[in-house]
Design a protein around this ligand. Structure first.
Ligand SMILES: *Cc1c(COP(=O)(O)O)cnc(C)c1O
Length: 381
């Protein structure tokens, strides 16, 4: 019988310590390991290459994403950089048009100089995706739901397109978390997370992880993890092992609160538009029901103007103005001037990232307190 998600989160990779019985995985805060004789050791030589706390976390998150292997990195960007380094100069990659800004920046300003060719495409439009393929296309890389407009892409359909072109499909699953969406089940080859967000869940670490179900891909990624060396410290892996034990509970409450806030916003006269995949008015609600088991905790609302966005944010008393997302505390951000400021204004507008758009990362506070906070702030607009 396959184990349920919460059971796996608490037990896989988190077995009692064989040496002492410690029920939590020990923190191996060490850089090296004693060897008995030349070439005789316990499988651990140097902590860039292997660390037992990191291995425990990698086993755990691999199980949660239904993968065979996970490879941990110092940040989400380091994880995405390792995926890009699987490819050679001259290979062609297709990226979603509305990926996380840092992902686009990495490809556009760094990897381009190393000869990686890429185009961006609206991953919602499968015909456009097919038309953008080239004989040298080796990777389709999408993010679903996207930041900040909660656009979805059809993972199973994209996997078919990628595979029939001899390419791989990678999915940035940060916004959904493995609790609500498991892209490998729908045919994706690579899943990546900024574990800084829901997996960490407490706004106290920066971390990234790649999950695959092919040992060949895993070998190449472990090689890059060790060779390039963007590895996480053992304490961050230990914190993640602790955080993930409550992931199921946290995600349920994030989603419960987000649904209430999305519904409140969709009936409030100050709000021009709500972006939340859990609302039947979301243009891809059907797809969300099909490929996700819940809608997560991110809600964006369009208030119509910068002045109203300013007034809304000033009116909030519990929800804090800050970048990042996925923590227990609710945060608000203004994408046009914060997370997406580097996108030229015309392009930003064309994509729907207006000056009146605010993005809410709904935390796990009491539902009534969040509802009152948002209603009070909306009344100020
Ligand atoms: C934050 C984020 C990243 C980058 O991760 P870091 O941990 O900040 O390096 C990548 N993708 C998405 C969707 C993100 O939200």
């Amino acid at each position: 019988m396959p184990l349920g998600f919460a059971t796996k989160a608490i037990h896989i990779g988190q077995e009692p310590d064989a040496l002492t019985g410690s029920v939590t995985v020990p923190l191996y805060q060490t850089s090296t390991f004693a060897q008995e004789a030349i070439g005789v050791h316990k499988g651990f030589e140097y902590a860039r290459t292997q660390n037992p706390t990191r291995t425990a976390w990698e086993r755990n998150i691999a199980a949660l994403e239904n993968g065979s292997h996970a490879i941990a990195f110092a940040s989400g960007m380091a994880a995405i950089d390792a995926i890009a380094r699987l490819f050679d100069a001259g290979d062609h990659l297709l990226l979603a048009e509305d990926m996380y800004g840092g992902t686009f920046r990495l490809f556009d300003t760094v990897l381009r100089r190393h000869g990686v060719l890429f185009d961006t495409v609206d991953m919602r439009d499968l015909r456009a995706v097919r038309a953008a393929l080239r004989p040298t296309t080796r990777l389709l890389f999408t993010e679903t739901p996207t930041n900040p407009l909660m656009n979805l892409s059809d993972i199973a359909a994209l996997a078919d397109i990628a595979h029939s072109a001899g390419a791989l499909l990678a999915v940035d699953n940060t916004f959904a978390s493995p609790y609500f969406q498991q892209p490998l089940r729908w045919g994706a080859d690579i899943v990546v997370h900024s574990a800084t967000k829901y997996l960490g869940g407490h706004s106290d670490l920066v971390h990234g992880v790649v999950i695959v179900h092919s040992s060949e891909l895993a070998e190449r990624l472990y090689f890059l993890q060790n060779a390039a060396g963007a590895v996480p410290g053992p304490f961050d892996c230990w914190l993640l092992l602790r955080s993930v034990k409550t992931l199921a509970l946290r995600m349920e409450q994030h989603q419960r609160n987000a649904q209430v806030i999305a519904e409140l916003c969709s009936t409030h006269p100050a709000v021009a538009r709500v972006h939340y995949p859990g609302l039947p008015s979301h243009p891809q609600h059907e797809l969300a029901l099909r490929q996700m088991s819940g809608f997560s905790g991110m809600v964006s609302i369009d208030l119509g103007s910068r002045e109203k966005a300013d007034r809304f944010i000033a009116g909030l008393r519990i929800i804090t103005l800050a970048e990042s997302l996925g923590g227990v505390e609710s945060l608000v951000c203004h994408p046009a001037t914060m997370t997406h400021a580097s996108i030229p204004e015309a392009q930003r507008r064309a994509r729907g990232i207006t000056d009146g758009l605010v993005r809410l990362s709904i935390g796990i506070e009491d539902t009534n307190d969040l509802r009152d906070d948002v209603r009070h702030a909306l009344d100020q607009c």
